[in-house]
Design a binder for this molecule. Structure first.
Ligand code: SIN
Ligand code: MN
Length: 206
């Protein structure tokens, strides 16, 4: 299994999932989206919509809207139903690449249409910051940007491709990161040149 440490605690596993596993994951995610439809999160206070649409699987899901802000909750914000289970292949990436002794509690699913992006931010709504965030990319490639733990510091970008896994942990657990843009023409996995990203997290304090 190839692996590169991009920064302390930021581990990149190119093509962790082969094509057959990527197809199986997309099939699992279609079931997830059937049970828990994609929603458009909104920024706290301003209510400005995100350009990525989202859903979740696992015991907890990350949601955001103008009134409640960023938070985790056990139910879908629109249907009120519990989130569906996490795909077994996603759990495998958590165990084998993330290697944290407790299972993930939340898996955020981001759906990026060809023109979607995500601004630089930290993942810090979780109470267990010893646990890494384990990210799986599927479909279109993207330009992923990351920096240090201070806003406004130097940043670098890398291309994330379908099947890649990224571990955001250790000294990089609170690094700023985001998606500059989706890159056209790279993958036939998901129709319309879209990208899916899964991020698994521990939420509860240890
Ligand atoms: C995120 O930070 O929630 C998603 C990152 C990605 O789409 O690669
Ligand atoms: Mn993030």
């Amino acid at each position: 299994m190839a692996m590169m440490e991009l920064a302390p605690g930021l581990f990149y596993f190119p093509e962790f999932h082969d094509r057959a596993e990527q197809e199986a994951l997309v099939a699992d995610l279609r079931e997830v989206v059937r049970a828990a439809p994609l929603f458009t999160p909104r920024m706290p206070r301003t209510g400005k919509p995100f350009s990525a649409r989202m859903t979740n699987c696992g015991d907890l899901g990350w949601v955001s809207d103008a009134r409640g802000g960023y938070r985790y909750q056990p139910t879908h914000p629109e249907t009120g139903a519990p989130w569906p289970a996490m795909p077994a292949l996603a759990l495998r990436a958590w165990n084998e690449a993330g290697a944290y002794p407790l299972p993930p509690e939340a898996c955020l699913v981001n759906y990026y249409a060809a023109d979607a992006k995500m601004g630089l931010h930290q993942d810090r709504d979780e109470k267990d910051l010893l646990a890494p965030v384990v990210s799986i990319s599927l479909g279109a490639s993207c330009l992923f940007r990351f920096g240090g733990v201070e806003r406004g510091g130097r940043t670098r970008s890398i291309k994330l491709h379908s099947g890649d896994v990224l571990i955001i942990g250790g000294p990089s657990r609170l690094c700023f990161h985001g998606v500059d843009r989706i890159l056209p023409g790279g993958s036939t996995l998901i129709e319309g040149g879209a990208r899916l990203n899964l991020t698994m997290r521990r939420v509860s304090p240890r």
